[in-house]
Design a binder for this molecule. Structure first.
Ligand code: FE
Length: 172
């Protein structure tokens, strides 16, 4: 596989992978692209508020029951507050009672990455945005949901795009 990386106009690093497919009858070339938003600490400080920077780039945690999306029941998509990558759908949001917006699955394979986090002497799994590496929260395997997973996410790491045409009626 050959990988070429370059930067888009918006400063995002694009990794273009070129692979030859020797399995199929015709030898074809497969191209895949990964978009990585790679910025310096100073650039992130210019883009993010101090509170956003503390959580997204400093792996901080917003106080429980304070986040703006905890009780949001509107239909739509939650995107990364730093880079706009689509992360979670309102369809997988549930009330975990923990004080942070909780979801039982990311919206796609391009949404998040999981890293071991053993800070503070606690074994946890950190969830970061796959595109920019921004800290979102943690994932736990203790929820009574279709996947058994609980993505416990800081509201401040998210922006919400309301689904067009959806009413203000809360979902049941
Ligand atoms: Fe991001």
């Amino acid at each position: 596989m050959i990988s070429i990386s370059f930067y888009s106009n918006s400063g995002y690093k694009i990794l273009r992978n070129k692979e030859r497919d020797h399995q199929s009858f015709r030898k074809s070339e497969i191209f895949t692209e990964e978009v990585k938003a790679i910025k310096s600490e100073g650039e992130w400080r210019n883009i993010l508020s101090p509170e956003e920077f503390h959580v997204l780039r400093g792996k901080g945690t917003e106080p429980a029951f304070t986040g703006k999306f905890l009780k949001n029941k509107k239909k739509g998509t939650y995107v990364c507050a730093a880079c706009g990558n689509e992360l979670f759908s309102s369809e997988t949001k549930f009330d975990s009672g923990t004080g942070w917006p909780s979801f039982w699955a990311p919206i796609s394979e391009a949404s998040v990455e999981e890293n071991a986090d053993n800070r503070f002497g606690i074994r946890r799994t950190e969830v970061v945005c796959k595109q920019c590496g921004g800290h979102l929260g943690h994932v736990f395997g203790d929820s009574p949901t279709p996947t058994g997973q609980r993505f416990c996410i800081n509201s401040i790491s998210l922006k919400f795009k309301e689904q067009e045409g959806s009413s203000d009626k809360p979902k049941k």
